[in-house]
Design a protein around this ligand. Structure first.
Ligand code: CFM
Length: 541
């Protein structure tokens, strides 16, 4: 098996020039666990070689689209050419539900300064100021966020000083992001930039406290296809109060008040671990890795939260909710297992779903034979324990590391030192830790970072998996090869897939897709008959 996998690895990289092949080869590993549970090292979070078709997005996308965009009442203005605004408008299926029709909801709007040649030559700050004023007069939001696109950094517009001026002039919170598309190697840089600005400008502005006993924030849950709604409902049934979600179905006030929670439950480690760490340092809120994808994952995550609060009544409530939900899940799981057992899946998405969704496939009896992140870092693959050994390159240095210290007035330890030590000793709790994707995978699986389009096609030819999970850019190319493709970013038109109810949706959908007869009718290009060489025309005379 190991030999076969090495051949596959060679097969994927042999087309590249030597230097590129070497680099790609460090980004492709075969899972192996050694005696102490360590996994091989992978190269990640490095630039994509120009000329290679990558799945990645840009820094602006990570900041505006991913982290801040889902918050419904922060008015987002894209400072840049109209295309950046237009193409980042409503493509992520992040849903929101304002409490009433009169509450602000700006998600459906697309605001841009429409930067043109004139601003590129003479500067765009004047136009940005005018745009903020106009937006304020139209919407009267509590907060306005300004997002920089590539030309902003190139011509040197200072969005931060404009934000400061306008904040003073309008009397509302206005803050900017230096999230130019080129700032980092992928959208991951945009997450970090967004986290920093949220921390500096929003978190901690409202100290009022709510009386509830078990108060948490959910970090890194963006309510794609309604996932957040399912989790919110589950937590409420367990008696756990959600102060804020970063940032699915969230609002500005909740984010400003989030430092009053007693636990940060981290769903997507990649996009938001910075906030978790900074809140811990400044306010004393511990964090816990959770995964509400998969019925078993959901049950485990609820129990983890219960263990953290260490309260018998809460634990009993959680068990009751799990017991109420499981029979329906198990009934559907048994049905689909009969048809899906042993089928193969591949997952190439983002920075956490390629890991999280393996839980769902396992539950269905399906095997994940290859997986990878678009922009994950080594810690997302190998676990946080490798963080001290990660080389800080020029691209990472480009992003500000905030100096965070304890807030002398508001730091409040949620647990005693002994309690913390006790929680840290429970391995499966992953208390303030993330073990990463690879340790949970079986041996002899392929893990590929920042997979290229070429590698995708070769993999599909070699493995012919029952289902390939990726995004819209890959979807139709995969389907034309006769293989089902599930979009794990936007969920196609489906979802929610989180929680127990979501697991049932997922089982049914994957069962239908992977077992559809239609795929056998698609002839892949390499299955077509070879074109016959043309006969030379007989010479006249
Ligand atoms: Fe986190 Fe996400 Fe993801 Fe992500 Fe994304 Fe996304 Fe994703 Mo698309 S925040 S890393 S930047 S879980 S938009 S909701 S699906 S690539 S795996």
């Amino acid at each position: 098996m190991e030999n076969d996998l090495r051949t596959i690895k060679d097969e994927l990289t042999k087309i590249y020039p030597k230097k590129v092949a070497r680099k790609r080869s460090d980004q492709i590993v075969v899972t192996q666990h050694d005696a102490n549970g360590s996994v091989p090292e992978i190269k990640a979070n490095v630039r994509t070689t120009p000329g290679i078709i990558t799945q990645r997005g840009c820094t602006y996308a990570g900041c505006k689209g991913v982290v801040i965009g889902p918050s419904r009442d922060i008015l987002s203005i894209t400072h840049g050419p109209i295309g950046c605004g237009f193409y980042s408008w409503l493509t992520r299926r992040n849903q929101t539900r304002p409490p009433s029709a009169s509450d602000d909801n700006f998600i459906t709007y697309c605001l841009s300064t429409d930067m043109t040649e004139e601003q590129i030559v003479f500067g765009g700050e004047k136009k940005l100021r005018a745009a903020i004023k106009e937006a304020y007069e139209l919407f009267h939001p509590k907060a306005i966020a300004i997002f920089s696109t590539c030309p902003v950094g190139l011509i040197g517009d200072d969005v931060h000083s404009v934000a400061r001026q306008m904040k003073q002039e309008l009397g509302i919170n206005v803050f900017g992001f230096s999230c130019e598309g080129y700032r980092g190697v992928s959208q991951s840089a945009g997450h970090h930039i967004a986290n920093n600005a949220l921390f500096k400008n929003v978190i901690g502005l409202d100290d009022s406290t709510i009386p509830e006993k078990f108060k948490i924030n959910l970090l890194g849950e963006y309510n794609i296809g309604g996932d957040g709604f399912v989790i919110e409902e589950l937590l409420a049934r367990c008696g756990i109060k959600l102060v804020a979600t970063f940032s699915g179905n969230s609002n500005y006030d909740a984010l400003a008040n989030s430092h009053t929670a007693d636990l940060n439950a981290v769903m997507c480690h990649r996009s938001i671990n910075y906030v978790a760490e900074m809140m811990e340092k400044k306010f004393g809120i511990p964090w816990l890795k959770v995964n509400f994808i998969g019925a078993e994952g959901t049950a485990k995550s609820l129990r983890k939260i219960g263990q953290y609060f260490d309260d018998a009544e809460l634990a009993a409530k959680i068990e009751r909710v799990i017991a109420e939900e499981m029979p329906a899940v198990e009934a559907v799981r048994e049905q689909v297992k009969a048809r899906c057992q042993g089928k193969t899946a591949m997952l190439f998405v983002g920075g956490s779903r390629a890991h999280h969704y393996q839980v769902l496939f396992n539950e269905m009896g399906m095997k994940t034979v290859a997986a990878g992140y678009e922009f994950g870092h080594r810690d997302d693959y190998e676990g946080r324990k490798v963080m001290p050994t990660i080389k800080v390159d020029a691209d990472s240095k480009n992003i500000e590391e905030l100096e965070v210290s304890r807030d002398e007035l508001r730091y409040r330890p949620r647990k005693t030192e002994e309690e913390i030590a006790k929680l840290a000793a429970i391995t499966e709790l992953e208390f303030m830790d993330y073990k990463g994707m690879m340790p949970e995978m079986e041996d002899d699986r392929l893990v590929i970072d920042d997979i290229s389009h070429y590698e995708t096609e070769r993999l599909l030819e070699i493995y012919k998996p029952a289902i390939f999970c990726a995004g819209i850019k890959e979807k139709y190319a995969v389907q034309k090869m006769g293989i089902a493709c599930k979009q794990l970013h936007s969920y196609d038109y489906g979802g929610p897939y989180a929680g127990f109810r979501g697991a049932i949706n997922f089982y049914r959908e994957i069962d239908r897709m992977a077992n559809m007869k239609v795929w056998s009718f698609v002839k892949a290009p390499w299955q077509q008959p070879e074109p016959q060489p043309q006969q030379p025309q007989a010479a006249a005379d």
